[in-house]
Design a protein around this ligand. Structure first.
Ligand code: NAD
Ligand code: GLY
Length: 397
């Protein structure tokens, strides 16, 4: 078992990474919260609760907590005001008090919603995370960003509300569908590209040794469990370091350690999700393409070396197949980007790789539309195995 501490100005909490931890989650919760906590609202969805609900309930009830289960719909389309209201109503009906807590059991959608509800219910109550997707483990459960989507775009309403603790049980990743693993590994790769060559190499070696396509076969191997724990702890430690240095993502900061670098791949990623109505891509898959486009732009600006772009393409390929993007209109993507720009005061920033392990934040004014179009064409038109798809390239030219 490994513990990563996240030290912020106003609070410190632990991210515990290990295997077979769920059965003892009651004692973990006791360590994270004050002795006054009596009731825990578990926010989850039918699928995840069906898999891990009973073991979590048993763990909490054994140590004396009263548990109340609030199940929400499954998927990005439920990350909205209606579901938020449903959770808040549930807390009110169950007379949840300021000393009680909300626990998110699930992926990033459950975590973002449950965390946002915890941040505003009674002006803020304690919140805990048991993330069960790879993406939630390495990214969304760490750092306190919570929120919902609105008709104008993703995560447009939300709050910073740090959890009192995060419990990662590697074993829960065994039931993840292949696409969710690919999506999660895209975020893992993202951390490598912006975090350091070592983290990138460790990720790449891990993916070569344990291909996501056969992931669930490895869980009986002690070495796989050990290496997974190590990789996840390193990933989380990287994110914890960035969050500790720039908890609220200061608008004025543009340096290579600012929280903005965690948005690598998200500029185009969010645009892809938006123009396909959040239906075609998993969030992580869209980020996968977003990283490839950002890296192409960087190469076209003579910042990012060609051989490093090749390494990045290869590692994204190892994470699994991404849904087709070659048929998407460049016009629609550029429009979505300009809408993003308006949201942030007409100053869209791109996170580009300078080398693997070193990001650079670049003002959108420095990147011509022609370079973006060319980069979209290459990143989407080129299959990840390196072979060009001529038919698709013709369609979008
Ligand atoms: P998700 O929460 O929709 O989960 C993906 C799917 O996996 C769902 O169908 C879920 O029911 C299922 N699932 C979850 N755990 C499972 C398990 N162990 N076994 C089998 N199935 C399981 O998607 P996600 O990729 O986890 O999260 C994406 C969301 O996270 C997006 O809304 C994104 O905006 C958000 N996000 C937030 C942050 C942040 O800092 N707060 C960071 C990154 C992403
Ligand atoms: N996922 C980006 C962040 O937490 O800042």
């Amino acid at each position: 078992m490994k513990t990563v501490q996240i030290k912020l100005a106003s609070e410190t909490y632990n991210i515990t990474v290990g295997h077979d931890l769920l059965k003892d989650c009651g004692n973990w919760v006791k360590k994270c919260l004050t002795a006054n906590t009596k009731k825990i609202v578990i926010v989850s969805n039918q699928k995840v609760f069906g898999l891990y609900g009973e073991i979590v309930l048993n763990g909490l009830e054994t140590v004396g907590f009263q548990c109340l289960v609030c199940l929400i719909g499954d998927g990005e389309k439920y990350k909205n005001f209606r579901t938020l209201e449903k959770i808040l109503k549930f807390c009110g009906q169950q007379k949840i008090s300021r000393t009680d807590a909300i626990l998110a059991l699930g992926g990033g959608v459950v975590g973002d919603l449950a965390g946002f509800a915890a941040s505003i219910y009674l002006r803020g109550i304690a919140f805990l995370q048991i993330p069960t997707t790879l993406l939630a483990v390495v990214d969304s459960s760490v750092g306190g960003k919570t929120g919902i989507n609105t008709e104008f775009g993703k995560n447009l309403v939300g709050a910073f509300h740090q959890p009192s603790g995060v419990l990662v049980d590697i074993q829960t990743l065994k039931t993840l569908p292949k696409r969710e693993l690919t999506a999660g590994f895209c975020e893992v790769i993202k951390h490598g590209v912006i975090g350091g060559k070592d983290l990138f190499e460790t990720t790449s070696d891990f993916l070569k040794q344990y291909p996501p396509a056969k992931f669930n076969k490895f869980f009986d191997l002690a070495d796989f469990i050990r290496q997974s724990e190590n990789l996840i702890a390193e990933q989380v430690a990287f994110k914890a370091k960035i969050v500790a240095g720039d908890e609220k993502e200061e608008i004025s900061r543009d340096d290579s350690q600012s929280r903005k670098i965690l948005n690598f791949g998200h500029t185009v990623g969010h645009a892809l999700e938006k123009i396909t109505d959040y239906r075609r891509f998993k969030h992580g898959e869209a980020v996968g393409y977003g990283m490839l486009v950002a890296a192409e732009i960087s190469k076209n600006l003579d910042i990012f070396p060609k051989h490093e772009l090749k390494s990045l393409n290869e590692v994204v390929h190892l994470a699994g197949k991404l849904p087709n993007a070659a048929d998407l209109s460049h016009e629609a993507i550029l429009n979505a980007l300009s809408h993003d720009k308006k949201n942030i005061g007409n100053s869209l920033k791109w996170v580009l790789p300078e080398t693997i392990g070193k990001p650079r934040i670049v003002d959108a004014k420095e990147i011509s539309e022609q370079i973006i179009r060319k980069s979209l064409q290459t990143a989407f038109g080129e299959k990840l195995n390196g072979k060009r798809n001529n038919r698709i390239n013709k369609q979008i030219s």
